[in-house]
Design a protein around this ligand. Structure first.
Ligand code: GLY
Length: 371
């Protein structure tokens, strides 16, 4: 079953490469990607997809198309174009780190280390975490962390492994600990964002940006937490991160609707037409795969997670994928970007495509992605 889905995904990726050479897919509302340059937080997912496709198939077309885009990421870093945010990890793990891991290209390694330095520079000692958005001192966002950042930490852990410079590791751990303390709630749900006083570091309040309301559990934020804490466990082996990932995953699973694919916020009232977020389910599937790798063989939660993974992925393939839509540009339908802001409330999301394929190739061939 997974193999057929992967083959269909490969066809779509190949078609996109042929039809939109050198361009990146961006969010729209019309079931077609908007193809353009490299200036948002999402471009790495496209090269990440190409690297997964290359690793799975060995087809040099995918390798070449991903490698050809490396200079684009390099130029972006040099010009500091659209990089006043923490998503430097999403961008450079799935382009430069991926290329270095697969080909050993030293230029890719150097670029990834420079990107890690840029991320490191967003650490704010006053509140002991990485600032998510905007410039230092920004009145609205200067003291703000967000749960998504957990997926940017692997770039720092990786940089530590390459250089043995402990600053990368220590800042990643400080950020993960702050996120655990202030973003994860007692019942296993999560805040999307949290505000600290920029001057004295005092904790102020939780909030949301893309969720239904402050205090609700934005579905994709929860999925970033599931996978993000599992990845911090991969690098640190600190059991508190494994435990956090499990708690978040259990909450996610317990709040799924009948078809096992989440609505966009766990606290939104569901009625006809309420948007889903298939991308959150793909991310959570990857998180559960990571969790299963680290859980003890006799852990009583194994069966719960294995069954949930199976149900989610079967539903994504059967009900959401474009495997029977040869002209489609995306791999899974019904993702959402920012429902309340009416930006991409129900469409293809390139990160949803990436994590969907990552989960499939990990289940089928043990290919793990580039975190
Ligand atoms: N990291 C941005 C998002 O998940 O929409």
């Amino acid at each position: 079953m997974w193999q057929t889905a992967i083959e269909a995904a490969m066809k779509t990726i190949r078609q996109n490469i042929e039809q939109h050479p050198g361009l990146f897919p961006h969010i729209t509302e019309n079931q077609r990607y908007d193809w353009g340059g490299n200036g948002d937080w999402i471009e790495g997912f496209y090269t990440g997809l190409m690297w997964l496709a290359y690793e799975y198939s060995g087809d040099a077309v995918f390798k070449k198309s991903a490698s050809d885009l490396l200079s684009n990421f390099e130029d972006r870093l040099v010009r500091h174009h659209g990089l006043d945010h923490h998503d430097i990890g999403f961008l450079y793990s799935l382009s430069a780190v991926a290329e270095w891991q697969i080909t050993g290209n030293p230029q890719a390694k150097e670029l990834a280390l420079q990107a890690a330095d840029k991320l490191l520079a967003r650490y704010r000692p006053n509140f002991g975490a990485i600032q998510a958005w905007g410039l230092e001192g920004d009145p609205e966002n200067g003291g703000r962390i967000i749960i998504d950042c957990l997926l940017n930490l692997p770039l720092l852990y990786w940089a530590y492994e390459q250089t043995e410079d402990r600053r990368y590791y220590e800042i990643a751990v400080k950020h993960a600990n702050k996120s655990l303390r202030f973003l994860v709630r007692g019942d296993g749900s999560s805040y999307h964002t949290f505000y600290f006083d920029q001057e004295n570091g005092n904790a102020l309040r939780g909030g949301t940006h893309q969720g239904y309301q402050d205090g609700s559990t934005w579905t994709r934020g929860q999925s970033w937490g599931v996978y993000g804490f599992a990845l911090s466990y991969r690098y640190t082996k600190d059991p508190v991160y494994l435990d956090a990932s499990k708690r978040l995953a259990k909450y996610f699973i317990a709040h799924l609707p009948e078809d096992h694919v989440a609505y966009w916020d766990f606290d939104v009232q569901v009625e006809a037409g309420t948007p889903r977020d298939s991308s959150a389910s793909s991310i959570t599937a990857c998180g559960i795969l990571e969790l299963l790798e680290w859980m003890e063989p006799n852990d009583p939660d194994r069966e719960l997670f294995q069954t949930a993974l199976d149900n989610m992925m079967r539903s994504l393939v059967a009900n959401y994928s474009t495997k029977d839509l040869p002209e489609a540009e995306g791999l899974i339908q019904h993702g959402s970007y920012h429902v309340r802001g009416n930006r991409g409330p129900d469409d293809y999301m390139i990160w949803g495509d990436y994590y969907y394929l990552e989960a499939l190739v990990r289940m089928e061939k043990g290919i793990k992605g580039y975190w």
